[in-house]
Write a protein that binds this ligand. Structure first.
Ligand SMILES: [Zn+2]
Length: 543
């Protein structure tokens, strides 16, 4: 055994145009020397170096490598070490041939330090060594690790996987799939109770009071009682429920079965710092788990939430006779107009009469007139919204069909790519067994690779289209449905829909609506959906 030497092979590529210090000969030598003294130190074998400095790994016409193989053939070498498998060469079929066939046949131990590969770990050779080698190759072919992680995360987000560390109150993580939420029966009942009570009383503090009174554990206490080291973002250690806790539950769309991700993103790869993502870029996926409340209950709860706070309510008490009192403001100074309650109530700006402010409303306006205008505008608005929302819904249905079509194409493309992979393996087998000579093999392989790249590019396009498809829920606009045919506004309607009614001189009235942002979102969505459908129809067909 003493006559056998340890061969160390170094290669510095000339094709590595970016100078990479980790691949320098001295670095390769340092790494391998350290490995030898650590793991092969007690073997008293002579170490010989074979060096190819500035040679491509695409072929094996390298003096250092040829010398090494010559020494192998002469039976002088017992062990070969390289920094990584790509040092041996970048023609992985030939490299595989050496590692899987030539070296084992010659009884040579082969070690690739950075790949953590030592042929001594595979005494059976054959399939075992082939699998190990294939695994290493996979790593070479795959992209940079961090890019892969990022892609995995993005695809999890798109699929609607639940990604937060802890399940929200009312749910627990599935034991076999941590990205899936299951209803926690006990807490789930409490969530339903919270929504129900809130719809009845419309007051978060009241809901919190009732929960505390009933002795229901707060979300944090509940987690602790379940033995979880729950770390809430909200440091509420009190054993009493707060209206803030109730509010967070009522606003959380997770209770509709919806998963919202990509609300934050890391500042740069590997960084621990993250930043908020604009709401339009959040990834929202519906029907990902069992809902605890119906869409109707949820939407109603949101509508109750937009009611003006209780304090204002008190101030307006005693004005039940007027649905718009408190909302009517001067277009000039924006102060609430003075209501003169007579048989026919009128409004006027006291700033005009007190200071003769020129921009202020200079006339009196009849409440009856205002009510007619508000009723008419709400009716128009409701009709406009319902028309638009009907179109959007129809288009959404069309989108679902497109999504399905995209998915089918995606599956087909992936199948195609996998078939080519299989075909390549078969070719490689034929080549190894001598059925196919090298030039034929390379020709087939090249053709296959072109086909595969082609399919992969199409797959990427399809995936890109899939990413463009967004889910948006417009359930909130259902509340407009009944408003199209109203004859008289009620105070409830005004509170729900209107934020301000500005009155200017010469009978000009301006009505500002709540949900203005949602309306413009609906409008934009409507526009996008339209252009998207057109683009898709005009687009080429991929398969
Ligand atoms: Zn005024």
């Amino acid at each position: 055994m003493h006559r056998l030497k340890i061969a160390v092979y170094f290669r510095l590529s000339k094709e590595d145009e970016i100078p990479d210090e980790s691949n320098s000969i001295s670095n390769q030598r340092r790494l391998i020397t350290a490995y030898i003294s650590k793991y092969l130190g007690d073997v008293e074998q002579q170490v010989v170096e074979y060096i190819d400095d500035g040679f491509s790994g695409k072929n094996f016409q390298r003096p250092g490598f040829q010398q090494l193989i010559k020494a192998v053939r002469e039976g002088k070498i017992g062990t070969i070490l390289v920094k990584d498998i790509s040092r041996l060469g970048r023609d992985y079929i030939e490299v595989g041939n050496y590692i899987e066939s030539v070296f084992p046949f010659m009884g040579i131990r082969f070690i690739s330090v950075n790949d953590d590969f030592d042929s001594n770990n595979y005494p059976e050779g054959g399939v075992e060594i082939n699998t190990a080698f294939m695994n290493i190759l996979n790593d070479y072919y795959s992209e940079d690790y961090s890019v892969r992680i990022k892609k995995t995360l993005a695809s999890l987000q798109r699929s609607g996987a639940f990604l937060a560390s802890f399940a929200p109150y009312g749910y627990e993580k599935d034991k076999s799939n941590k990205h899936y939420l299951r209803v926690d029966v006990e807490a789930g009942e409490n969530v339903k109770y919270i929504f129900k009570t809130f719809l009845e009383c419309g007051n978060k503090a009241e809901v919190a009071r009732q929960l505390s009174e009933k002795g229901i554990l707060t979300p944090e206490q509940y987690k602790k009682s379940k033995g979880s080291s729950y770390n809430s973002r909200y440091k509420e250690t009190t054993k009493f429920w707060t209206s803030a806790q109730v509010g967070r539950i009522i606003r959380n769309r997770v209770y509709l079965g919806t998963v919202t991700t990509h609300t934050r993103e890391v500042v740069c790869t590997g960084s621990l710092m993250s930043r908020r993502v604009p709401k339009e870029e959040w990834i929202v996926r519906e029907n990902k788990h069992e809902p605890l409340v119906s869409l109707e209950v949820f939407v109603n709860a949101q509508l109750v939430s937009v009611k003006p706070p209780a304090k204002k309510e008190k101030r307006k008490m005693g004005s039940k006779d007027s649905p718009i009192k408190g909302f009517v403001k001067c277009g000039g100074c924006h102060h609430v107009l003075n209501r003169r309650a007579r048989l026919n109530a009128t409004y006027e700006c006291r700033h005009y009469y007190a200071y003769h402010n020129e921009t202020c409303l200079s006339e009196q306006i009849k409440e009856e007139e205002l009510l007619n205008i508000v009723t008419k505008v709400i009716r128009q608005q409701a009709k406009f919204i319902m028309d638009m929302s009907r179109i959007v819904r129809e288009q959404e249905a069309a989108k679902k069909i497109i999504n399905k079509e995209l998915q089918q194409r995606e599956t087909k493309l992936i199948q195609g790519i996998n078939e080519i992979k299989l075909e390549n393996m078969r070719l490689y087998e034929s080549h190894k067994s001598g059925e196919l000579d090298r030039s034929e093999f390379l020709l087939h392989k090249k053709n296959n690779e072109e086909k595969r790249d082609n399919l992969a590019a199409k797959l990427e396009q399809i995936k890109e289209r899939g990413r463009e498809q967004q889910d948006i829920s417009f359930g909130i606009f259902d509340s407009y449905l009944d408003l199209q045919n109203i004859t008289q506004v009620t105070r409830e309607m005004v509170k729900l829909l209107v934020s301000d009614i500005y009155v200017y001189s010469k009978n000009r009235v301006e009505i500002k609506f709540n949900f203005a942002d949602k309306l413009s979102m609906l409008y934009n969505f409507y526009k996008n959906v339209k252009s998207d459908i057109t683009a898709f129809d005009a687009g080429e067909h991929y398969c």
